[in-house]
Design a protein around this ligand. Sequence first.
Ligand SMILES: NC(=O)c1ccc[n+]([C@@H]2O[C@H](COP(=O)([O-])OP(=O)(O)OC[C@H]3O[C@@H](n4cnc5c(N)ncnc54)[C@H](OP(=O)(O)O)[C@@H]3O)[C@@H](O)[C@H]2O)c1
Length: 281
Amino acid sequence: MKIGVTGATGQLGRLTIAKLKEKVATDSIVALVRTPEKAAGLGVETRAFDYSKRDSLAASLQGIDKLLLISGNEVGQRLPQHIAVIEAAKKAGVKQIIYTSILHADTSSLGLAVEHLATEAAIKASGLVYTILRNGWYTENYTGSAKGAIGAGAFIGCAGNGKIASAARVDFAAAAVVVLTGTGHENKIYELAGDTAYTLADLAAEISRQTGKAIPYNNLTETQYADILKSFGLPEGVAQMLADSDTGASKGGLFDDSKQLSALIGRPTTSLSKVLADAIA
Ligand SMILES: NC(=O)c1ccc[n+]([C@@H]2O[C@H](COP(=O)([O-])OP(=O)(O)OC[C@H]3O[C@@H](n4cnc5c(N)ncnc54)[C@H](OP(=O)(O)O)[C@@H]3O)[C@@H](O)[C@H]2O)c1
């Protein structure tokens, strides 16, 4: 059986390939990559695979039985890109498609959910056997800002008191590998989130505890937060998307307590304190 992983040179893709190599023969893994020059160290067969190059996709999927479609990062262009991959998978005879969606895609108030929900619908309409991994927020999205917060003396955001059940990328990669290498996940949707939820004030308190410096959480309005992110040099669309996601979090959009992720991977999810410690080491 051959397993294909798209976005294999991205952060989640690399972790997934590494974990797959621990579980199955290297020659049964195919890394599908947009940028072949980034794939040198993966240690598995590599095939060119750009979601935007619709006509080339089916050829690259020949012989693939299970395909992990890692959602692209070109927000706004992802639906036609993902549809091109789904159509190619069908044409190439892929037996199961596994897609990384967003937590509670069907009810989420996050703007990011729109493309994911439409992709899920396209997968279901294709008739392919599927598994939807509705991935929650990466803990690294927030811990990646910790060093900046320590330097600035405060952690900022607009998530209010929203509880965030994030998990480490390595946990989501482990879940993908369980589905890619096991059975019983056909036509299922998993809501994947961390075991323990926290607010951004809790995160700031944990940064304070680990550094011995008082780092408060300053809650801003969505506009203030987006403006500050833009002033850091983030493109307007990215700044707005991050601020919108924090607003979504304030309404519970990043919360889930079903513990399906730890059940799937057979261990507790990685703690916030561990991911934070790694980020500020
Ligand atoms: N759950 C969350 O908190 C969260 C946060 C951010 C993003 N995401 C979503 O989860 C995905 C994986 O996360 P990540 O951290 O691994 O993101 P990442 O490091 O940005 O990796 C994204 C991967 O997608 C590939 N890609 C983008 N557009 C493509 C295209 N047109 N054709 C083929 N490949 C394409 C990239 O290829 P290159 O290596 O060539 O650039 C890269 O390998 C993201 O793409 C995004 O959809 C989730």
